[in-house]
Each structure stands twice: as structure tokens, then as C-alpha cells.
Write a protein that binds this ligand. Structure first.
Ligand SMILES: NC(=O)c1ccc[n+]([C@@H]2O[C@H](COP(=O)([O-])OP(=O)(O)OC[C@H]3O[C@@H](n4cnc5c(N)ncnc54)[C@H](OP(=O)(O)O)[C@@H]3O)[C@@H](O)[C@H]2O)c1
Length: 264
């Protein structure tokens, strides 16, 4: 059993202006961690900072950064290097939907910058200090999309597969050091994600697996506390993530391609 990260360790949450990130920030503050919240929409961050300050005796810092850009990533990485340890929640991310041939290449590239490059850079910035301190941790937001390729969400599912494999490998590297590294793989969660990805029409079908941010974050934090490497919140999501391991790959990608390709 891994030792819990003390409340004296500050937390930094990316993508805290909405959805899961905002909830991670609230819950870490409830546990007594000072929090730095990062995103592009500063008005939303300021609102969340006010809410947290009014409820908890913790410091809240707002950092505006666009993680698509080198400059934005460097600003966050440099803050992470100024002190140690941290709890880093690499949560910022988004999806795109459609046939890759028809999608905007710049937006697909930006998706990789946010979902993969930023997460990789921030993790590598923070990790040496965590290992030296023997505490702190990283929670990386992957997805149930990581367990199989998803035609018509090819970039998104591939970015989340990267996050899962990268994080799981790191969790093994730091095992026994006191550092917690967790890949969180939610199924559908009620946030702004579907509006941005253009996947609202799936919500009717995915309703049985869909959860609230509160429940998803509760499950993720429990997994983080016990030193788990991977968390797939929800029994149905867990079961669905196991299917592709057993089925032939061609069957998996064709079935999923049919499901995702027919709609819209
Ligand atoms: N909701 C789901 O069903 C679901 C399922 C599995 C995994 N996830 C993952 O969970 C994470 C959080 O998503 P969510 O569901 O909470 O979605 P959301 O409500 O849309 O929140 C996404 C967050 O990412 C931030 N973000 C996006 N682009 C950014 C950029 N260029 N620079 C900095 N921040 C950026 C947004 O902030 P700004 O726009 O203010 O910058 C926002 O705070 C994502 O990694 C997502 O892939 C979500």
C-alpha cells in the first residue's frame, strides 16, 4: 500500500476552466492542497479560484497558458521546476471527430500538442523532483478511447493510447519510490467535451456508462491514493475496455468504425 501524498504538497491542474479539471481542483483544495489552475479562459479560472478561496483555507493561483503553444507549455513547465514536490494533474485535452482526410490538419496537430506533447513535457519537468522528494504524483487523463483504435476519432484515440502506455510505464518505473503515477481512463463524463468534439449524438447511446464529474473524480482520487497505475471509472466502462484485448483487432476496428462512421 502506497503512502498518501501529504496535504502540504501543492497541486497543479491543467484544463481547470471546465469539467473534470475544475472538479479535480476543487477536490484537491478540499483535501488541503494549495492549487494552481491552468487553462486559456482566465475568466473561468478566476471564478473557480474565487469559489475555492471562499470555501477552503488554501492558496489558489491562476495561470493562463495555451498548451498548444511552445510558450504556454514552457511557462507551466518552468513553474513546475521552481519547487518540488507537486501533484500534477495533466487534464487539459479535447477530441475531434470525422474522417481524417476531411479534418483541419492544424487542429489535429494542435490536438496532439495539447493531449500528448504538453502532457509529456509537463510530466518530464516534474518527475525528477518527485523522485528526489519520494512523494507527490502525476495523474494523466487518458480515456476509455485508449483501449482500441477509433476510426473517425483517429487522432483522439491515438493520443489517449499514448497517455495510457506512457503513464503505465512510468508508474512501473517509480514503483516503490513513494511517487504516485496514475492513468485515469474515464468513459463518457458530462462535461463540455462532447460539444467541442461534436459527439453529442452518441450521448443517448452512451447514457448507461455516462457519469458525473464528481463520481469520476472520486474514483480517480481513490485510485491515486492507493497507488494504482490505471483507473477505469465505472463497471461498464471497465468491462468494455477489456473487450478489445480478447477480440481480433480487425473485428474491433471494423465494429467501432461502423458505429462511429454511420452517425452524423
Ligand atoms: N468528458 C468525457 O467524456 C471524457 C472521457 C474520457 C476522457 N476525457 C478527458 O478528460 C480531460 C478533461 O476533459 P473534460 O471532459 O473535462 O472536457 P472539457 O469540459 O471540454 O474541459 C477541457 C479542458 O481542457 C482545457 N484545454 C483545451 N485546450 C487547451 C489548450 N490549448 N490549452 C490549455 N488548456 C486547454 C480547456 O480549457 P480552455 O478552453 O479554457 O483552455 C478545459 O478546461 C480531457 O483530457 C479529455 O480528453 C474526457
Amino acid at each position: 500500500m502506497s503512502k498518501a501524498v501529504p496535504s502540504s504538497v501543492p497541486a497543479l491542474v491543467t484544463g481547470a476552466s471546465s469539467g473534470l479539471g475544475a472538479e479535480f481542483a476543487r477536490r484537491l483544495a478540499t483535501r488541503g492542497h494549495d492549487v494552481t489552475i491552468v487553462a486559456r479562459r482566465v475568466d473561468r479560472l478566476e471564478q473557480l479560484a474565487g469559489e475555492i478561496r471562499s470555501r477552503h483555507r488554501v492558496d489558489v493561483a491562476v495561470l493562463a497558458a495555451d498548451l498548444e503553444t511552445r510558450k504556454g507549455r514552457a511557462a507551466v513547465a518552468s513553474l513546475l521546476r521552481t519547487q518540488s514536490p507537486w501533484i500534477l494533474v495533466n487534464n487539459a485535452g479535447y477530441g475531434t471527430r470525422g474522417s481524417l482526410a476531411n479534418l483541419d490538419p492544424a487542429r489535429e496537430r494542435a490536438e496532439v500538442q495539447v493531449n500528448v506533447v504538453a502532457l509529456h513535457e509537463l510530466t518530464t519537468a516534474v518527475l525528477p523532483g518527485l523522485v528526489r522528494a519520494g512523494t507527490g504524483g502525476v495523474m494523466n487523463l487518458s480515456s476509455s478511447s485508449a483501449f482500441q483504435p477509433i476510426p473517425y476519432m483517429a487522432t483522439y484515440s491515438a493520443t489517449k493510447a499514448f497517455v495510457l502506455h506512457f503513464t503505465e510505464a512510468l508508474a512501473e518505473e517509480v514503483r516503490g519510490t513513494g511517487v504516485h503515477v496514475l492513468a485515469v481512463c474515464p468513459g463518457p463524463v458530462r462535461t463540455e467535451f462532447d460539444t467541442i468534439a461534436g459527439t453529442q449524438d452518441y450521448m443517448r447511446i452512451t447514457r448507461p456508462m455516462t457519469m458525473d464529474v464528481e463520481r469520476c473524480v472520486t474514483i480517480a482520487l481513490r485510485a491515486f491514493d492507493r497507488g494504482a497505475a490505471v483507473s477505469i471509472p465505472g463497471v461498464m466502462n471497465f468491462a468494455l475496455a477489456q473487450g478489445p484485448r480478447l477480440a481480433p483487432r480487425a473485428l474491433t476496428r471494423r465494429t467501432i468504425g461502423t458505429f462511429f462512421g454511420q452517425r452524423r
